[in-house]
Design a protein. Structure first.
Lengths: 333, 290, 390
């Protein structure tokens, strides 16, 4: 019954998403939609790292930036076609992700948070200072317009279709991963690392793989971003961007994949909707984050499904909230 | 140049240190991280500055205002962002404090404007000149105040009943609770102490650089957090030593290697320290138990 | 959740909602006055965030210009009105705002943005849509490269570097100079151009030190510069950091002559730097020693309206930016009896000898940069900028 209802809902959403370009022709709306798409991929990948595996990573924007710079340099300076650069930049970011994972394995909880924050800062400073490679503080302009198999993509509408596909693929990959045997291994690491090790989960191996795969998708979205705006500079990938991503997954629900999509969408749209507030925009944005965490600790999706299944939750109050949160991750750091 | 750079670094480091011990107290007791400590530093600075201006130059009252406002802000932060999540993931407090820090900056910006405000009184005091090295009176003052406050904090933690309770709580909250310590009150005291130090630090830094602006706490709190981690979260001496050495490392890196790579060097060293000894140079390893 | 937190959360929610409603009503009344008699211009700049203080100066310059222009009316009695959108001079937000402005066909020209980064990230969008993007402050020599709809109002760093190195070498007779610069596109451009120009004159570079926008402690860099013993130190800074640098340098016993790019030309320099900034020489984009009518008029209005001694570079350039656009609107209206985005661009590009405040007169080159940009050396003395004479 619930499954059925869920399918109908999904179909409605899918039809709505696909039909948008045929109804609307508003570049501003498409721009917001494309930016939301980029953040959806980023927040989904961060959620797999943080929400499902319990890796407290505060430097996700650095992977996003690595992908962006890699792709920009591959197309701009080496003349590679977009599709090749897109995939290569993902792979390169995954490689860096693996390198970062090796030391990060030693860190837990807030120490991993601080370590990854440092990584993010180092990335920004290097992209500012390695001028011959990254264009320095002025950044890299004139990043070529992407073309997919001979088709040039110029209109926000085309980007919208492309990013929608990409979001769906990312969702499918992560969803399959989480529902697989490996996904259960990851949640076991999150819930209790020692217990997970005791039942024979290869923790090191899994953590490295999670870093690699989430970095891969962050790199892809970085590449997409670079070609979409055709200009990148270090300030796009600052620490505050990582914080934004954290806010997105918290809004959608930690350890809730569809939640990340919703959270990213909302937090890209909110600042735009709040534009009429002018000077008060930042104030309201900050307070909104505070209120969301205080009032909706399970995130929006968790809250809604909580409303839908109120009866069920009241029956097993102790069990169900844990599924959605990382409450248990960091008890023993 | 070496001694001069070390003096520069020590001044910078003592400004970091007052924030770093706060991080160490908060993170050490709760194993949680706060991102609004820099904004407590900032509102302490602003309330101090405006009290001083309003009272026509009354420095002690300005300092008192900074202490009261920042302590109150710290206690409030604890109630909103930490107490509801005491035994849960540190993620919720982290997020709430990120939200608080954004809105506090925006609020101060709305109230006082975006421009950098100078400290209205000339603070340059006597200069000591030793060969090529110049030590200004205010540098001595900044380092002195910082050390004095550290000593007071040390005495408070090690020689008072509250300090004892604080240490007990930071070792294990549940056990302290069972022993009859009112852990809620102790944690509030920790926040209060950390925040009033941040407030004093804010006023001190604002007066030293003669620059008060809404985002003044952002960069320095990140550095202070790095310094605290470097020396050891949970250890007051560690955080202080870490912050001071981070200041000196930064100065030396800028002086002898490259100012552009100064922070890269500082953060890389921090990462290496974390890898070799995750609890920091002077921190104590906690055993992982099931 | 305990009751205290519930109360706080409730209080916050009420606060958020009421601020939202208030601001909503406020902006609602703005929109109510929409009619065909208004020509809208977009302003995308840092009205909050790290650079908000410069955005505030823009608004002051804009307001004075609007009062003057709307008293007379443009394009046959229409009024100009500005739609402000905050970008925090963040490239990403600048691009978003650009999409928003572009789709609003009531907007005829845009002021965007404060930094080179945020100007460039919006440039492809304005270019594609054919909407004039006038950047009031960025001074990057390559700023207008992205397309023919982007206009620069500040003399470029190449111009500034020429003037600064002439000043340092020919007037101040320096043999050794050092540069301390903000590590952003702007500061980097100052440093690169000054170093190149100075080396061409055969001067030794005794040090090149950078700092980050968040830095307030420059003593490490200055101590290093001190060992090089330069006679002249060039600042690639805005006034806030510039004032602090000079102050800290004097504390360290550095007695070298400071010279700086036009970005330190602000009365705030004296508030922040006190007596330490005395003797600092900078380049003014406007002619202080012999102000034209436009500048005199603007200075007087600025002083009386904002109770300040004199306007700074940012307000003055904002003032000129609007007047330039108004001029282009009038010209295209005279010719075509209607106002179009394309028409404004064409007229703006052919601006010639336009009497302005930030320069005596403005003529756009084929690259949409200032032709024969003039810079006037000024010296800071006891709270005032005076024309510098040898």
């Amino acid at each position: 019954m619930i499954r059925n209802r869920k399918y109908i809902l999904l179909q409605i959403i899918a039809v709505a998403i696909i039909s948008v370009p045929f109804i609307l022709d508003d570049k501003y709306i498409f721009h917001i939609a494309v930016m939301s798409g980029i953040y959806m991929i980023l927040s989904m990948s961060l959620n797999v790292q943080l929400g499902f595996t319990g890796l407290f990573s505060f430097g996700h924007a650095a992977f996003y930036g690595i992908g962006a710079y890699a792709s920009a340099l591959l197309t701009r300076d080496l003349g590679l076609p977009f599709v090749a650069a897109f995939i290569l930049s993902g792979l390169f970011t995954a490689f860096i992700g693996t390198l970062i994972a090796l030391p990060a394995l030693r860190l837990k909880g807030i120490f991993l948070a601080i370590g990854t924050m440092c990584f993010n800062e180092i990335f920004c400073l290097l992209s500012t200072n390695l001028e011959s490679l990254t264009g320095g503080p002025a950044g890299l302009p004139d990043i070529p317009v992407p073309s997919v198999f001979g088709l040039e993509i110029t209109q926000p509408k085309d980007y919208y279709i492309l990013i929608t596909l990409l979001v769906l693929v990312t969702y499918k990959v992560f969803d399959n991963l989480i529902k697989s045997r490996h996904g259960r291994a990851l949640t076991s690491i999150r819930d209790d690392e020692i217990a997970a090790r005791a039942i024979g989960v290869n923790i090191t191996n899994y953590k490295i793989k999670v870093f690699a795969i989430t970095a891969f998708f962050a790199g892809l979205s970085g590449s997409f971003f670079a070609h979409y705006l055709s200009y990148i500079s270090p300030s796009n990938f600052a620490l505050s961007e990582s914080f934004n991503l954290m806010a997105m997954i918290a809004l959608g629900g930690i350890g809730n994949l569809p939640g990340s999509i919703v959270g990213a969408g909302i937090l890209v749209i909110i600042p735009e909707v709040f534009r009429f507030l002018q000077d008060y925009r930042e104030l309201i944005y900050g307070l909104t984050i505070v209120l969301i965490v205080l009032l909706l600790p399970q995130g929006i999706i968790g809250w809604i499904s909580g409303l839908l299944h109120r009866q069920q939750t009241s029956q097993d109050l102790a069990g169900s909230p844990k599924k959605f949160s990382v409450e248990t991750i960091l008890h023993r750091i | 140049m070496l001694t001069q750079q070390i003096i520069n670094g020590l001044t910078l480091g003592s400004l970091y240190a007052l924030l770093a011990v706060g991080f160490s107290l908060i993170c050490g007791i709760l194993n949680m991280i706060t991102f609004s400590h820099g904004e407590i530093f900032m509102i302490g600075a602003f309330s101090g500055l405006y009290t001083i201006i309003a009272l026509g130059g009354n420095l002690p009252l300005g300092l008192a205002a900074a202490v009261v406002v920042s302590a109150a802000a710290g206690i409030l932060t604890e109630r909103i962002a930490f107490r509801p999540f005491r035994n849960e993931s540190p993620l919720s407090p982290a997020l709430i404090t990120i939200g608080l820090s954004i809105s506090l900056q925006a609020g101060i910006l709305l109230l006082f404007g975006a421009d950098t405000k100078p400290f209205p009184y000339n603070v340059s005091a006597h200069k000591f000149i030793l060969g090529n090295t110049v030590i200004s009176g205010i540098e001595v003052f900044v380092i002195g105040i910082s050390i004095l406050l550290m000593i007071m904090l040390h005495l408070f933690i090690h020689y008072t009943r509250w300090g004892l309770a604080l240490r007990a709580t930071s070792q294990r909250i549940e056990a302290a609770d069972i022993m009859g310590i009112s852990t809620n009150r102790i944690i509030a005291i920790a926040f209060c102490t950390a925040s009033l130090l941040a407030g004093i630090d804010g006023l001190l830094a604002g007066a030293y650089y003669s620059a008060f602006y809404p985002r003044m706490g952002v960069a320095i709190s990140l550095k202070a957090l790095a310094g605290a981690t470097f020396g050891g979260i949970g250890s007051i001496q560690g955080a202080m030593a870490g912050a001071l050495s981070l200041g000196v490392i930064e100065s030396l890196a800028a002086g002898y290697i490259s100012a552009s790579y100064r922070d890269v060097i500082a953060f890389t060293i921090l990462i290496f320290v974390l890898l070799i000894k995750p609890s920091g140079l002077l921190g104590q390893m906690r055993e992982e138990k099931v | 959740m305990n009751t205290f937190v519930k109360k706080i959360a409730g209080l916050l929610s009420v606060g958020v909602l009421s601020i939202g409603l208030l601001a909503g009503c406020g902006s609602g009344s703005d929109k109510a006055s929409k009619d065909d008699n208004i020509i809208y211009l977009g302003a995308a700049g840092p009205f909050t965030g790290d650079n908000a203080e410069y955005g505030t100066e823009w608004k002051k310059g804009f307001d004075i210009a609007l009062e003057e222009i709307n008293a007379k009316g443009v394009a046959g009695g229409k009024k100009l009105q500005i739609i402000y959108e905050d970008t925090q001079s963040d490239p990403k937000q600048s691009a978003t705002v650009a999409q928003k402005f572009v789709k609003n066909d009531k907007i005829y020209a845009v002021f965007c943005d404060f930094t080179t980064n945020s100007t460039w990230s919006a440039a492809p969008i304005y270019q594609k849509a054919g909407l004039v993007q006038l950047a009031p402050n960025p001074s990057h020599p390559q700023l207008t490269k992205p397309g023919n709809y982007i206009f620069q109002l500040c003399p470029t760093q190449a111009d500034q570097a020429k003037a600064l190195s002439t000043l340092a070498v020919d007037e101040l007779k320096a043999k050794k100079i050092a540069v301390i610069y903000l590590n952003t596109d702007f500061g980097k451009a100052v440093k690169d151009n000054v170093v190149t120009a100075a080396k061409a004159k055969g001067v030794e570079i005794a040090g090149e030190e950078s700092y980050l926008p968040t830095d307030k402690d420059f003593k490490a860099q200055l101590t290093k510069i001190k060992t090089g013993n330069p006679e002249v130190i060039v600042l690639g800074s805005y006034y806030t950091d510039g004032a602090l640098i000079v102050k800290q340098a004097r504390d360290l016993g550095i007695n070298a002559q400071f010279i700086a790019s036009s970005s330190v030309h602000s009365p705030a320099l004296f508030q922040l730097g006190g007596s330490a900034v005395n003797g600092l020489i900078t380049m003014s984009v406007f002619n202080v020693s012999n102000p034209g009518e436009t500048l005199k008029n603007f200075s007087a209005k600025y002083s009386s309206k904002y109770k300040a001694n004199e306007p700074d570079t940012f307000a003055t350039q904002a003032y000129d930016a609007i007047r330039l656009i108004a001029n282009a609107i009038n010209k295209t209206y005279e010719k075509n009896k209607k106002v179009t985005r394309q028409g404004i661009r064409d007229e703006l590009a052919s601006t010639k000898d336009f009497p302005a405040a930030s320069q005596d007169s403005i003529t756009y080159s084929a690259n949409r940069q200032l032709e024969n940009a003039k810079l006037y050396p000024i010296i800071a003395k006891d709270g005032k900028f005076l024309p510098y004479k040898k």
